[in-house]
Design a protein. Sequence first.
Length: 131
Amino acid sequence: MLCRNAIDGHLLTQLRFLLQRQREEDYTKAFKETGKPLQTLPIKDRDVLPYVTTYAALSVGMQDTIGSLTPKKQADIILIDMQAPNTFLREPSVALVQSVNPGNVDTVIIAGKVVKRNKQLLPQERIKETL
């Protein structure tokens, strides 16, 4: 049987889904136990970021190679345009999890090589040369 997902494969969409699902569970549990809604959110936007960094690396057994900005690890980095209308007034971790979309990605660096700059992919031949 083929399993289909109701949400897209974009990594930040997955983070949003994870965060909202956990908040739903926390809210439901609190309401069942106290009869009152939560007064504060027990999980913050920044709390889900490790799921696409350190936890992701650990889940594929590559925590010694990737997953954090640490000396001697391979670094794949994205730089986000935080001046865009959907991001500029938000705290960075909230903007990243709740608002950023692929159009906000300004620069992509893979294994230390720039493959996207100023929101434009470098030509294929240039990318091949750098990787």
